[in-house]
Every structure is written in structure tokens, then in C-alpha cells.
Design a protein around this ligand. Structure first.
Ligand code: 13P
Length: 248
């Protein structure tokens, strides 16, 4: 069975003290522990937040560079992230694709760097509004996966995590309906079966992201192919984030 995960993506929000307060608040409000909880903090905060040593909340980074080391001013390598005890990161968030021009090939290099360094990742995909309006969302998302992820071997993809985040639902308050989410999640699972096997497809967690909140989380998480969520705005306060986690 795919692992159930609820992850928060803080994006470029919160000060360190606000982040500490948030994580302390999360820990005090959680009642379900069979859900894996991760907070993706700004890289600078990953170490101090992980040092809080919370039993239920793991820490990850929102981005990392695909190169081992060297003259890449302002970037951070996997080994640097790992050296502070943080072992998971996001790859290919739509904001990275859009504002930082991260291409299919750059994302593939990040996937390979992560695999090569034993670094866990959540691979993000999702179509923009014009693509959905043109009814091209399935081919668009399939291409994102084909180009950057599905070159992995059975052993490499097994137990991995994909987040489907339709760009038109991110930060807009416009959530995908349960039908829209389930339909895409089911398609993603089917592509994994086609590339790999049924057995492997069942081990991959497929998370939904995009205006997920305490009101809609329960019905989204009840979809058979939705294994959890990647939460932006609603992960920034402990009440909403914990309500989402507890809705499992
Ligand atoms: P919102 O939940 O704010 O729509 O953001 C989703 C997201 O981008 C998580 O990575």
C-alpha cells in the first residue's frame, strides 16, 4: 500500500520564529500518527526546524541543485542538505518550472542526483489553466512524468511520491473537484502500471495539491487514488494544517 502523506510547502513565507511556533503547534494538535507529516521549509530553516526533533514532523527542502558542488552562487547541493540531517526535497514544483525556468531535462537531472545520493523526493506535476481548457491535461502531465521521472528503474521508483498540483488550483482558492483529482490520480497510477507494474504502482504515493483546506480535504483524501496532500497556504497555521491531517 502507498504511504499516506500530508506535507506542507511553506514556500517563501514565515520567519524562523514563526516556523518554530508552527511546528510546535502542529505537534500539539496531531492525533493521527499513521500519516507521514513533512514540512518543506526554506532551505535556511531546514536545520533549525529539524533540530526541534519533533516525533511526528519531518523536515524537507523545497529545492536543491542537481550538481554535486562548485561555482553555483546561491544554490544548495544535496550533500549540503544531507549534512544537516535533512533527507527529502521537492522536485519540479510549478513555481520552480514557471519562475526559474526548470525544464524537463533539469528536473530529470535533479531526479538522478537525488537517486544517486540516496535522497528522497516528491516529484511535482500538473497542468496550467490554458492546457486544461484545451482538454490537454492528460497528455501534458504524462509528458512531465515521461520526460523527467519514468526513466527510473523499478527499484528506483518503488515507494516514491508524486504530487499532482493543477497550476490553476494553486493559491487560487479554486480546488479541483474530487472527480477531477481522482481522474488524474488514476491516470498517473495507470501510467505507472504501464511503465512498471501493478505491484510497483501500488507503492507510489500520489498526493493532491492546490487550494486543499480543512473543508475539502476529507472528500479529496477519500478518493481511492489520492494518498494525501501537498498543502501551501493552509499549511501555514497549525489549526488548518492539523485539521487537514486529522481528516484522514
Ligand atoms: P495552495 O495550497 O496554497 O494552493 O498551494 C499548493 C501548493 O503549491 C503546494 O505545493
Amino acid at each position: 500500500m502507498a504511504q499516506k502523506i500530508v506535507a506542507g510547502n511553506w514556500k517563501m513565507n514565515l520567519s524562523l520564529s514563526e516556523g518554530v511556533k508552527l511546528v510546535n503547534g502542529i505537534e500539539s494538535k496531531i492525533d493521527s500518527t499513521d500519516v507521514r507529516i513533512i514540512v518543506f521549509t526554506p532551505s535556511l530553516f531546514a536545520h533549525p526546524i529539524s533540530q526541534l526533533n519533533k516525533k511526528d514532523t519531518e523536515v524537507g527542502v523545497q529545492n536543491f541543485n542537481e550538481n554535486e558542488a562548485g561555482a553555483f552562487t546561491g544554490e544548495i547541493s544535496i550533500n549540503q542538505v544531507k549534512s544537516v540531517g535533512v533527507n527529502i526535497g521537492l522536485i519540479g514544483h510549478s513555481e520552480r518550472r514557471l519562475y526559474f525556468n526548470e525544464s524537463h531535462s533539469v528536473l530529470k537531472a535533479k531526479v538522478d542526483a537525488a537517486i544517486g545520493n540516496g535522497f528522497e523526493f516528491i516529484f511535482c506535476c500538473g497542468e496550467p489553466l490554458d492546457v486544461r481548457e484545451a482538454n490537454q491535461e492528460f497528455s501534458y502531465v504524462k509528458r512531465q512524468l515521461d520526460e523527467s521521472l519514468f526513466h527510473l528503474t523499478d527499484a528506483q521508483i518503488k515507494g516514491g511520491t508524486i504530487a499532482y498540483e493543477p497550476v490553476w488550483a494553486i493559491g487560487t482558492g479554486k480546488t479541483a473537484t474530487t472527480e477531477q483529482a481522482e481522474e488524474m490520480h488514476k491516470a498517473i497510477r495507470t501510467w505507472i502500471v504501464e511503465h512498471y507494474s501493478e505491484e510497483i504502482a501500488e507503492t507510489v504515493s500520489i498526493l493532491y495539491g492546490g487550494s486543499c483546506n480543512p473543508k475539502n480535504a476529507e472528500e479529496l483524501f477519500a478518493c481511492p487514488n489520492v494518498d494525501g496532500g501537498l498543502i501551501g497556504g493552509a499549511s501555514l497555521n497549525p489549526e488548518d494544517f492539523c485539521a487537514i491531517i486529522n481528516s484522514f
